[in-house]
Write a protein that binds this ligand. Structure first.
Ligand SMILES: N[C@@H](CCOP(=O)(O)O)C(=O)O
Length: 483
């Protein structure tokens, strides 16, 4: 019987593997891109075969037992330690409560509105900085701690470009992990929500802005990482990808490791998340922990859709090209040149090789569909961000295209907390969208506060009469009946 509190004794031997030229590098230093060809890296465990000595059933039991662990390093994403980044010691692991986010079944009414579709949201906005990025940061910062402990690394400046979630997460974990780590974040001026902007400021990071979009910021931090001593915390950093694989592990565990008839919808921005999710499912499949892969649907807005465009072409005609983005309410995915595109292509091929054609698809949705997807979900008791709304819109689109049936359970990735993106709801209700979004609010969906009594009337009333007048006005508005 596995001990739920025992930190694993297994240690992997991780190496960087370049998807461009196949070069391999050891992990004694941080790499982001291949020094030989500039390609992106994946991290692979040279000892992975040793994990096959444990059966799928035994792994399931180990992870189920650890789910009840009272040992902090194992309480979050690192309960799947052997599958992720098995080089750190327990003392390296940063645990801020990330992971274990719930999968909430859709309300019966929402399912009925969607023609009987089975669906659920995985609420990754319930992570500490209110987005899925915390999964990746927990892993990447734990690895920085490992470098500090094993190699005496000191005075680390963690940098990232961000649309808002990555910077919030990087700043939070940097402020907690070690006094040897400082954080600086680079944001596209005016294109990060006020809530997201407040997060790195509150965590004490240096917050820098430039005019432009996320893609411009990404190029700048890539330049910094190529030429200066900084630690890049975007998902180009392959340690981030490993942490984000935990989304797939948790999802499988939630469904008791049975993924038959499941389809996972993921918004695609910089494409690190869909990469990690596919990688996670493939690892579990490889080890017999799951015996069926779920189908994967990437979703992109028509205002930021390079990955959709690529897969819309017939396989032989496909040619990747970045796009110029236009304003998007799915602001976290407003990215025209996703750095993880080569990783998506790599894992999508593997998915299709195992699960066949149709196991990986990308659908495109409109801005109008995205915001109304969010509003629809939240009116039925969910806490979906605009990216969750994008997934809902993607599900509707997939149904329209006949790509999914009502009986398949769609799990939608609500990547962040709705409150981070609440300004987009307000703009819809107040009908204040700039024309570039291409959104026309439906007046019947608007919901605004109603003043019960004005300040001038209040002035003229005694305290008791004021209470009665307010109550009378409410009675009239709501049509209440006497008891
Ligand atoms: N939407 C992201 C964009 C950067 O993504 P990353 O996963 O590569 O860090 C953000 O929140 O900044």
């Amino acid at each position: 019987m596995a001990d739920k509190n025992a930190f694993p004794t297994y240690r992997g031997d991780m190496e960087y593997f370049c998807l461009g030229c196949g070069a391999r590098y050891d992990t004694t230093e941080l790499h982001y891109t291949c020094p030989d060809c500039g390609g992106v890296f994946l991290l692979q465990d040279k000892n992975f075969d040793a994990l096959r000595e444990t059966s799928g059933e035994e792994w399931r039991e180990i992870f189920d037992t650890r789910a009840g662990s009272k040992n902090d390093p194992l309480r979050g994403i690192f309960r799947f330690y052997e599958l992720m980044a098995p080089v750190m010691d327990d003392k390296d692991i940063v645990f801020l409560g990330e992971g274990n986010t719930p999968i909430v079944q859709s309300s019966p009414q929402l399912s009925a509105e969607l023609d009987g579709q089975k669906l659920a949201f995985k609420n990754d906005g319930q992570n500490p900085s209110a987005s899925f990025k915390d999964r990746g940061m927990a892993c990447a910062f734990s690895f920085l701690n490992y470098l500090i402990r094993t190699q005496g690394a000191d005075d680390i400046l963690a940098v990232c470009a961000s649309t808002g979630d990555t910077s919030a997460a990087a700043a939070l974990y940097a402020s907690y992990a070690s006094d040897k780590i400082k954080s600086a974040v680079l944001l596209p001026q005016g294109k990060v929500t006020p809530q997201q902007l407040a997060q790195p400021l509150g965590s004490g990071a240096t917050v820098l802005e430039i005019p432009g979009v996320f893609d411009d910021c990404m190029k700048v931090v890539e330049h910094l990482a190529d030429n200066y001593q900084v630690a890049l915390l975007n998902s180009k950093n392959a340690w981030r990808i490993l942490g984000q694989e935990s989304y797939a592990f948790e999802l499988a565990q939630w469904y008791d490791w049975d993924l038959e008839g499941k389809a996972v919808f993921v918004p695609v921005g910089n494409a690190g998340n869909i990469t990690a999710i596919m990688s996670g499912f493939l690892k579990m499949y490889d080890l017999g922990i799951i015996t069926a892969l779920p189908r994967i649907f990437g979703v992109q807005s028509h205002h930021a859709d390079p990955v959709y465009r690529y897969y819309a072409e017939a396989p032989k005609k496909r040619k990747y090209a970045p796009v110029e983005v236009e304003p998007s309410v799915a602001q976290a995915a407003m990215i025209g040149n996703p750095v993880s595109f080569p990783r998506v292509r790599y894992f999508a091929e593997k998915f299709e090789a195992i699960a066949g054609e149709g196991s990986f698809q990308v659908v495109q949705v409109s801005e109008q569909d995205i915001i109304e997807g969010m509003l629809l979900a939240n009116r039925h008791g969910h806490i979906s961000c605009t990216q969750g709304g994008e997934c809902l819109a993607g599900l509707v689109k997939a149904r329209q295209l006949g790509l999914i049936s009502a009986d398949e359970t769609a799990i939608l990735d609500a990547t962040a907390h709705m409150l981070k993106f609440i300004g987009f709801q307000n703009m819809y209700y107040e009908n204040t969208y700039p024309a570039e979004y291409g959104i026309t609010p439906k007046p019947e969906l608007a919901n605004m506060p109603e003043l019960v009594i004005d300040a001038e009337s209040k002035e003229k009333l005694s305290a008791q009469d004021y209470t009665v007048a307010c109550a009378s006005s409410i009675v009239e508005k709501l049509g209440l009946k006497h008891r």
